[in-house]
Ligand binder design. Sequence first.
Ligand code: AMP
Length: 202
Amino acid sequence: MASTKANPARIVLFGPPGAGKGTQATLLSKALNVCHISTGDIMRQAVANQTELGKQIKAILDRGELVPDSMVIKMVEERLSDPDCADGFVLDGFPRTVDQAKALSALIAKLGGPNLMVIELIVPDERILERIRRRSAEAGNSARSDDSEDVARNRIMVYWAQTAPVSDYYRARKELKDIDGVGKVEDVNARLIALVKGRPVA
Ligand code: AMP
């Protein structure tokens, strides 16, 4: 869908599981008044609704592995064409492989207009495990069946093997910016908004 804004915000929030992408993407998309696309949320919804797609991917999600690229890319392409995404988007949890990143670059080129701004939330490994453990304790494992300790470790391994190379892809294209993801939610959010709006980052 063609944009009505001269300079739509096209943002990817990137980082390991437990880095706070979901929370920050929700806040940032509201602040910028653009759509929030969380591939994890879309997939959990499909599983909860027991759609055909949901039935195919449930076991993959439960193991903390990645859903095949072709399925995820199609899902994002469809969501990006929704009217609420015409003036920009914040993507959270996508791309997670270099092939997904390449597909997204092709989609953006097709749409025309500004390039992506990819922001990596930098959070040390030990903090991530701590956060995922806290999340699974709080959720009592009911909200996310993929938050048990073993699955959390698996998700981090999958991240290092398949997703971390995505940051090199964007670094080479000069589309990547880093941000310190440690700190209070509101402080990280303020840093993000300053970065996106081009102000000096505190
Ligand atoms: P998230 O909520 O982003 O951590 O995603 C939860 C789960 O959904 C992941 O562990 C994967 O199984 C699946 N998933 C989400 N996004 C993607 C993606 N871009 N590519 C493949 N699998 C994904």
